[in-house]
Design a protein around this ligand. Structure first.
Ligand code: AQP
Length: 333
């Protein structure tokens, strides 16, 4: 039996290089494999765990679809849909919320990071976010979930929930326990302003990330201003252990050039950062700017994008509603 892939991206605007290199690029490779079924979800229910402006939100949903397609995901061959249009996701999330334990959720580091100091004011949705993520994955019997390194803990929770449900109801293998697919290298792209923080959509400073919608000038300017350290470029990979910014920039370069870190370090060994940055900006312009143009072009045809979502939701609903019916039977509803 081939692989069944499920993964999602939040339509929270500012899709960036981290989302692309950590997840979307991987989606494209998987969608081109033979004997692999792929479902890619615009996780709009996850996005409302923090405030969204309705008008911007609708645009961001379309922009996420446009990004999938511009990156190379074929909407005819793969299912692309938005989560809110398949009600089984919300229903399964409730049911699985009755399986998951508070102690398990209390360990989730993403909630701690996103809720910050004022946990009391965070939404309940933000807290139970990983339960909804488990519902997304388990409804489709996904065998593999391509994600960035930051989502590893949520995937482990999903596996625990699947196993507990199967054990509690004595339905061995009813829920498939999915494997995370995390790239071995460059699975966490860091902020351009702080090499110890991940590149993120919600970071206030736009200079911290390369957005997939950036112009050539914006890309060049952001790389010029990216934080570095006063030393020249490293001469071996080990030197990077205490130089997070240099490591991140070289990682981005390597990932885009599809070469390993050793090779990139060798190419710029002992040189000035400015020379490396010029090369990095050029690679980014070559690889990311065409994507940005294609996204903009696709966004001009809203009817086309909406049609993809409608068709995708029908296909996803066929699968998810069958699984929900089975869940009802098992529980005794
Ligand atoms: N910096 C990153 N490096 C590698 N992978 C990343 N991903 C996100 N940031 C990085 C991966 O992108 C996929 C989609 O992410 P998401 O939008 O659903 O959620 P997120 O992880 O919360 O993304 P952001 O950008 O950090 O958004 P905010 O700022 O809203 O929290 C996931 O597979 C994720 O691993």
């Amino acid at each position: 039996m081939g692989k069944k892939i499920f993964s999602g991206v939040q339509p929270t605007g500012n899709l960036h290089l981290g989302n692309y290199l950590g997840a979307i690029k991987n989606f494209v490779d998987l969608s081109n494999e033979n004997d692999t079924e792929c479902i890619f979800c615009v996780v709009d229910l996850h996005a409302i765990t923090v405030n969204q402006d309705p008008k911007e939100f609708r645009n961001n949903i379309r922009e996420t679809v446009a990004t999938f397609i511009a990156s190379g995901i074929d909407p005819k061959k793969n299912i692309i849909f938005n989560q809110s249009q398949v009600s089984a996701h919300s229903e399964a999330a409730w049911i699985l919320g009755c399986i998951a334990r508070m102690g398990w959720l209390n360990r989730m580091t993403q909630f701690k990071e996103k809720a910050g100091k004022d946990k009391e004011k965070a939404s309940i949705g933000l807290y139970s976010y990983p339960v909804l993520m488990a519902a997304d994955i388990l409804l489709y019997d996904a065998t593999h979930v391509p994600v960035g390194d930051d989502q590893k803990q949520h995937l482990e929770l999903c596996r625990d929930i699947a196993q507990k449900f199967n054990n509690d109801f004595k339905v061995e293998n009813f829920f498939v326990t999915p494997e995370p697919l995390i790239q071995k290298e460059f699975s966490r792209i860091m902020s351009l302003k702080d090499g110890t923080k991940k590149m993120s959509k919600s970071e206030i400073s736009d200079l911290s990330r390369i957005n997939l919608s950036d112009t050539q000038d914006q890309i060049i300017n952001k790389i010029k201003k990216a934080k570095t350290d006063p030393l020249p470029m490293p001469i071996n990979v080990k030197d990077l252990d205490k130089r997070p910014e240099a490591k991140n920039l070289l990682g981005i370069y390597s990932s885009l050039k599809k070469i390993n870190l050793e090779k990139s370090v060798k190419e710029f060994s002992g040189k000035n950062f400015s020379e490396f940055k010029e090369n990095l900006a050029q690679v980014l312009v070559d690889k990311i700017f065409p994507l940005s143009l294609e996204i903009k072009k696709l966004l001009d045809d809203k009817v086309y994008l909406d049609q993809i979502l409608v068709e995708g939701a029908q296909k996803a609903n066929d699968k998810a509603s069958k699984k929900i019916k089975e869940i009802h039977k098992i529980i005794g509803f």
